[in-house]
Design a protein around this ligand. Structure first.
Ligand SMILES: Nc1ncnc2c1ncn2[C@@H]1O[C@H](COP(=O)(O)OP(=O)(O)OP(=O)(O)O)[C@@H](O)[C@H]1O
Length: 268
């Protein structure tokens, strides 16, 4: 469904967060990205809709072609749902109004100034029903629990009718039972609708329970790519090789030292 060829990311300042990486994500596949903090999970994930623009390499989407063309990239983003750790809902708006925001890509900008047609509201309500929150449709988003807010976030992404779903640490702020609930729903809906889903996680046990495929990153490189059954102690060690050490993070040009700071420039 989506193919990365030699995609790499070097941020201004010289930090290489992703070394040249080639990966193929199949339609309907539920992939979990694992890796220590700073390993490059978000960078890889955000490359897939070019929220982080690659420094080089190509990304090709089935049925669309290479994303080096603005029009194709716009079309790809319209069909890519994004789920964040902090739901990014509008708190004073209802769950339904938040889900309707997922439909905006299908309308001219001026259209969003007016109530969207009934057909749009129906799509949004269907999406809320799929995440088990139809009964909360008119509730203000900030009155929902963290897990419910995350499910509204999933419904909003579903309202885009996505082909690709990107979830960056979607359960980082949720308790274990709610995390299972959210991931189970994401996986079920992805499989039912053939949505290619890529999720970054910090919990190996959740990856083992839900992933069809696990990609392990260390220092901006893929060090494991396979079924969750392959997450042996040895492969986990390769993924988290130097967790807790300062060089866990992707390649920095030079590691600054405390003495290098000019404290006179730091304000209270
Ligand atoms: N905009 C940026 N500018 C410069 N460096 C960045 C930028 N974004 C990320 N980095 C660096 O790139 C490396 C990879 O970051 P990334 O966020 O992809 O890691 P991650 O595996 O998702 O980490 P975490 O689990 O903590 O979210 C890190 O060293 C980070 O500091």
């Amino acid at each position: 469904m989506i193919q990365m060829n030699d995609v790499h990311v070097t941020f201004p300042g010289g930090m290489t967060a992703l070394h040249p990486t080639s990966l193929h994500f199949q339609r309907g596949e539920f992939t979990v990205l694992l890796g220590a903090s700073g390993a490059g999970k978000s960078t890889l994930l955000r490359c897939l809709n070019q929220l982080t623009p690659p420094s080089g390499g190509t990304i090709t989407v089935e049925g669309l072609g290479s994303l080096d063309d603005r029009r194709r990239l716009h079309e790809h983003r319209k069909r890519t749902g994004m789920i964040f750790q902090q739901h990014q809902l509008i708190g004073r708006q209802s769950a339904l109004a938040n889900v309707l925001l997922g439909r905006i890509g299908y309308h001219a900008a001026w259209r969003s100034l007016f109530p969207l047609p009934l057909a749009e509201r129906r799509i949004a309500l269907e999406c809320l029903e799929r995440v088990g929150l139809l009964h909360k449709a008119l509730e203000r988003a900030d009155r929902l629990s963290g897990g419910q807010q995350q499910r509204v976030g999933i419904a909003r992404a579903l309202a885009q009718r996505p082909r690709l779903m990107l979830a960056d640490e979607p359960v980082a702020s949720l308790d274990p039972a709610t995390s299972h609930n959210v991931l189970a729903q994401l996986r079920r809906i992805g499989h039912e609708d053939g949505i290619t889903t890529v999720v970054s996680l910090h919990q190996v046990d959740l990856a083992q329970t839900y992933a069809d495929r696990v990609i392990g990153l260390a220092h901006g490189r893929v060090v494991f790519d396979g079924a969750p059954a392959g997450l042996t102690p040895a492969t986990q060690q390769a993924i988290y090789q130097q967790a807790g050490h300062s060089n866990t993070e992707a390649t920095a040009p030079t590691a600054p030292t405390l003495s290098a700071y000019n404290f006179a420039t730091i304000e209270d």
